[in-house]
Structures are given as structure tokens and as C-alpha cells.
Ligand binder design. Structure first.
Ligand SMILES: [Zn+2]
Length: 95
């Protein structure tokens, strides 16, 4: 029983590895979408945070797999400053 269960877990793990390896070879390798402008961005491997090159918003990054980054949340310091700048600009233009 224990042996069978071990085999099951192993095959599950190797299947997941195959999937992430396939992802790594694909075009979406290491990419996620910026939550502000939806641009597909590629942070450097194991980066803890990454600034979107398109809109400048900065995101905290977690790595559920070595090749798959996921946004953990915004870097408030950067994003609040940017939001303030955008708001100020829009106010100025509106007048
Ligand atoms: Zn962006």
C-alpha cells in the first residue's frame, strides 16, 4: 500500500515537471501579465520584485516553480507614487 502510494506521488510529480519543462520551452517562459497594463512581462529568474517596462508599476514576485513567476502583490511605494503622478497629470490636463 505504502509502496503504491509512493509510486502514485512520484508519477504525479514527474507529470508536473514535464508540464513546467514544456512551459519553459514555450513562448510564455517566465512571463506574467502586468496587472496594470496587461503587458506580458518577463522578470529575471528568482527576482523578488520586477518593474513593468511598459507602465513602470512594480510587482512583488513569487516563484511557485523555478520557471514560473507569479505576482504576489504590488510594491506599494512605487505604485502609489506612480498613481499620484498620473492623477496629478490628469488633474493638470483637465483644467
Ligand atoms: Zn505594466
Amino acid at each position: 500500500m505504502v509502496w503504491r502510494r509512493g509510486r502514485l506521488i512520484l508519477s504525479e510529480e514527474s507529470r508536473q515537471e514535464t508540464t513546467s519543462e514544456r512551459t519553459a520551452r514555450g513562448r510564455t517562459h517566465g512571463a506574467f501579465r502586468c496587472l496594470n497594463c496587461f503587458e506580458r512581462i518577463v522578470p529575471p529568474e528568482k527576482a523578488e520584485s520586477y518593474k513593468c517596462p511598459k507602465c513602470g508599476f512594480e510587482w512583488r514576485v513569487s516563484w511557485p516553480s523555478p520557471t514560473i513567476p507569479r505576482i504576489r502583490g504590488p510594491v506599494w511605494e512605487t505604485n502609489r507614487r506612480l498613481t499620484d503622478e498620473i492623477m496629478a497629470k490628469e488633474k493638470g490636463q483637465g483644467k
